[in-house]
Ligand binder design. Structure first.
Ligand code: ZN
Length: 140
């Protein structure tokens, strides 16, 4: 019979497209769940941050910053900033391109990540934040 397990985590970030490796927290939640086969969903509960899967090394961390700037330049005219006296329209737009969640199959107690794949949270906001993300495990 399948069941679910959910755990909430918080992570401190610097903002400005910082990519954080959260694989260890996800594995911890999976271990605590006792579930060995099913799906693991990782979801960030903010509209200026994203969750995905990536190789995690310093060159790629820098490339994410450069590519994010190409996708939605920080210094451009945005309605969100004009209408709300805000400064982070580019952060919202970068986050929505990548999306807030990723789902990874769980097989025989292991995440089915490839050798170089890590689960990453990217904070696109314009200042340091504490970010909340959820890990939900569904299976048996
Ligand atoms: Zn905003």
């Amino acid at each position: 019979m399948s069941r679910t397990f959910a755990r909430r985590f918080q992570v401190a970030t610097t903002g400005h497209d910082q990519m954080v490796d959260i694989t260890a927290q996800v594995r911890e939640a999976v271990t605590n769940s006792g579930i060995r086969d099913g799906l693991v969903c990782v979801f960030v509960a903010h509209s200026t941050a994203a969750v995905s899967v990536s190789e995690y090394e310093s060159g790629l961390v820098e490339d994410v910053r450069l590519t994010a700037e190409r996708i939605a330049p920080a210094r451009a005219d945005y309605a969100h900033n004009r209408l709300n006296a805000d400064d982070n329209a580019h952060s919202h737009l970068r986050a929505l391109v990548i999306g807030p969640s990723v789902t990874v199959p769980l097989v025989s107690g292991d995440l089915t990540l490839g050798t170089w794949q890590r689960i990453v949270l990217i904070d696109f906001d314009t200042h340091a934040r504490t970010r909340t993300f959820w890990v939900q495990v569904l299976g048996e």
